[in-house]
Design a protein around this ligand. Structure first.
Ligand code: HEM
Length: 279
């Protein structure tokens, strides 16, 4: 097939999957921003998405995009190395017109991937995967944390001093990867006249800077809030966590959501007269 057999076809696949991933990180940073403005609303979004069918379809689509993007990146790199043969070992004068990020896209991608592995273990595995596997709710800072309690998982992750360090390294790599990837995908699509490439480079640089800048601000604020235990001590959030834990446990036990709050057949421990009459 043209998309797999020809070099331009493979580059086009990289561009399309890359564009979709840029849209995903843009959506993701906006969703995280909700946690800064209204943590309770953020948890409500986590509960709405959860492991519902539409969220699972989106997650699977996303995983497919990542996998295709990575496989094609490795494929194109190998193909380029083979084409250049020993030439790449020759010491040549520096080419100032070739950007640093353009020569290091594979390494940058691997750094982003390493960040992503840590990130998915910290969040996805404890939220969507836990719900999917029907595992028991975790306990964070003495509070029962159902998979919907997003802000509690943020607090847990950012309580570790290494989290902001690893995240910021990942964000910087993401910035370089995105700035190059942005204009490069338009160039692959044939949009490569000088005026437009320089415009697209500026747009790409702004886009990546806003997205990555927001991620960095979020990581800093989440680290400060985690240190202050903001998300485990707020009474409004605590009530929300309790509600989610009750609903989640009821689901695990196969009961309906209302049953979780008011047991259908409460057993009176005293076996009072009233209960005896009711039986
Ligand atoms: C401050 C930074 C970030 C925070 C606080 C954050 C938070 C989260 C949370 C809470 C989830 C779990 C959602 C759920 O399973 O319901 C998640 C999932 C995910 N995050 Fe992040 N994220 C951050 C940055 C990033 C970045 C930079 C990337 C990509 C390069 C990324 C990629 C993902 C992916 C791929 C998922 C899985 C999505 C899915 O299953 O549909 N995240 N993130």
């Amino acid at each position: 097939m043209w998309l797999t057999n020809s070099s331009i076809g493979r580059k086009l696949v990289m561009s399309i999957t890359g564009a979709a991933l840029i849209l995903f990180v843009t959506f993701h940073v906006l969703m995280n921003a909700v946690a800064l403005i209204s943590p309770a609303s953020y948890n409500a979004i986590c509960a709405f998405l959860g492991a519902n069918w539409y969220a699972l379809v989106a997650s699977m689509g996303l995983a497919v995009l990542f996998i295709i993007h990575i496989i094609y990146a490795l494929w194109l790199t190998l193909q380029n190395r083979r084409a250049r043969g020993h030439a790449r070992y020759a010491v040549s004068a520096r080419q100032p017109q070739v950007e640093w990020s353009s020569k290091n896209m594979l390494v940058l991608g691997i750094v982003v991937l390493a960040f992503l592995a840590v990130h998915l273990i910290q969040f996805w595995a404890k939220m969507q995967l836990t719900e999917l596997l029907h595992s028991n709710a975790a306990t964070i800072d003495g509070i029962e944390a159902a998979p919907q309690a997003g802000t509690l998982f943020i607090q847990e992750a950012f309580s570790c001093i290494w989290t902001p360090v690893i995240y910021i390294i990942g964000f910087v790599a993401l910035w370089f990867h995105m700035t190059h990837g942005f204009w490069s995908m338009f160039q692959t699509a044939g949009w490569n006249n000088d005026i437009w490439i320089s415009r697209l480079k500026t747009i790409g640089c702004w886009w990546a800077s806003i997205v990555v800048g927001l991620f960095i601000i979020q990581a800093v604020v989440f680290t400060i809030n985690a240190g202050n235990k903001t998300y485990s001590e707020c009474p409004e959030l605590k009530a929300q966590y309790t509600e989610y834990a009750q609903e989640y446990n009821a689901e695990l036990n196969g009961a309906s959501e209302t049953d979780a709050v008011i047991p259908a057949n409460p057993v009176c421990p005293e076996q009072c007269d009233q209960c005896k009459h009711a039986q």
